[in-house]
Design a binder for this molecule. Sequence first.
Ligand SMILES: [Zn+2]
Length: 316
Amino acid sequence: MKEIITVTGAVAPKELAFCQCHEHIALSKGTSFAVNPALCIDQMTKSLEELERYRSAGGNSIIEAQPCGCNRMARELQKLSLDSGVKIIASTGFHKLIFYPKDHWIRTLPVPELTDLFVRELTQGMYIDGDFSLPSRQSNIRAGIIKTAYDKEGLTGRYTELFLAAALASSRTSRVVMIHVEQGADPRYLQEHLLNLGIAPQDLMFCHMDRACQDIQIHKDILKQGSYLEFDTIGRFKYHSDEHEITLLARLVEAGYVRQLVYALDTTRERLRAYHTHAVGLDYILRTFNPALLASGFTEKTIRMLSAENPARLLS
Ligand SMILES: [Zn+2]
C-alpha cells in the first residue's frame, strides 16, 4: 500500500479514518463565483469553524475537490488543516470549462505540458496562482488526487485532451482520478475510454452518481468493472430525500458492492452552517445521516467501510 498525500505531508492509509471524499472548504472569489455565487468560500474563519465541528463530531479527513487554476486556495488549505487537525487531500486536474475565463490556459495548453503540470503538483507542490495566467508560483504543498469533469457533451473537443493529460498523469504517479459526472452524462463510455488508456479501474472514482444517473443499471455497470462511486446528494432535499439516498445505497450494498462506495456532501457556501444558520454543515453525515443509516438497518461495520476503509483503499 502506498502513502496518501495530504496538504501537510504523506500519511499511512490507516491514518485517514473517517473521510468525506468530495468536499469544498476553501474557494476564492473568481469565475466559479460568477457562474454560481454559492461557489465562493473565502472566509477562512468560517472554513475553520466547519472543520472544527467536523473534527469534534468524529471527522478526520476530507478530499478537497477544487483543482488548479480554478479558485483553489492551496496555502489556505494547509493552514486550515494545521489549525483544525483535519487531514486534507487536495486536487490537481481540471473542472468543467465553464468555471474558467474564456482565454484561460486550461483551454489551450498542449497535452504534454498539461500532464507535466499535473505531475509536478502531485510530486513537488501545487501552484498558488494560475487562475488567470499560466501558473508560475509553486508551493511545496502537494496535491493528492487528480480531479476531472465529465460534462454533458461527453468526450468532445478539449475534454478529450484534458482527460488524456489526467490519465497520463495518473499513470506516471499512480494517483487516483476523481470524475465530476454531470447530470445526464453517461459515464460508462468514459470509463471504457480511461481503461483503454491503461488506468486501473480501482483508480477511478465517479462522483455525484446518486444525482447524475437515475438508472441504477449504470451504477452497477461502472461498479462491475471495479471502479468506485461517490454519493453526495445527502441533505440536499431539492434533489431527493435522505430516505431515497439510503435506499439507493442499500440496493448497491445488497448487490455486493459495499467495498466500492464512498460518500460526502460536496459542500458549497450555501451548504455550510458557518455561512447560513439553517444549512446542513460539514458534520451533517456524522450528526444526522449516519444515525439514519443505522436506524435503517446498516451496521456499524458497513458504515466504517463506506467512511474509512473504502477511502483508505481507494487512495492507496
Ligand atoms: Zn464538487
